[in-house]
Design a protein around this ligand. Structure first.
Ligand SMILES: [Zn+2]
Length: 80
């Protein structure tokens, strides 16, 4: 469904239109289990969160607003 590749330990996102490397709006859907701890007043607080699955649905560049125009490039210092 998604066309956005996931960054790895050696790679990072780059906007193919403007070259932005650092600022993106990521739309992500995830299935999580939360440990909710309520205090005596009933105020909930999530103390643990386990991610069961996660999908990146789209990535929008904060600079030029291009959607899903993302490629992977090497991180600085990564040996290729
Ligand atoms: Zn861009």
């Amino acid at each position: 469904m998604t066309t956005v590749p996931s960054p790895t330990a050696d790679t990072r996102w780059r906007c193919t239109l403007c070259g932005n490397l650092t600022r993106f709006d990521v739309t992500r859907s995830s299935k999580v289990v939360e440990y909710v701890h309520l205090d005596l007043a009933g105020e909930p607080k999530v103390e643990e969160r386990e991610v069961l699955s996660e999908t990146i649905e789209s990535v929008r560049c904060r600079w030029c607003n291009a959607v899903d125009k993302i490629e992977l490039v090497d991180r600085p210092g990564a040996d290729s």
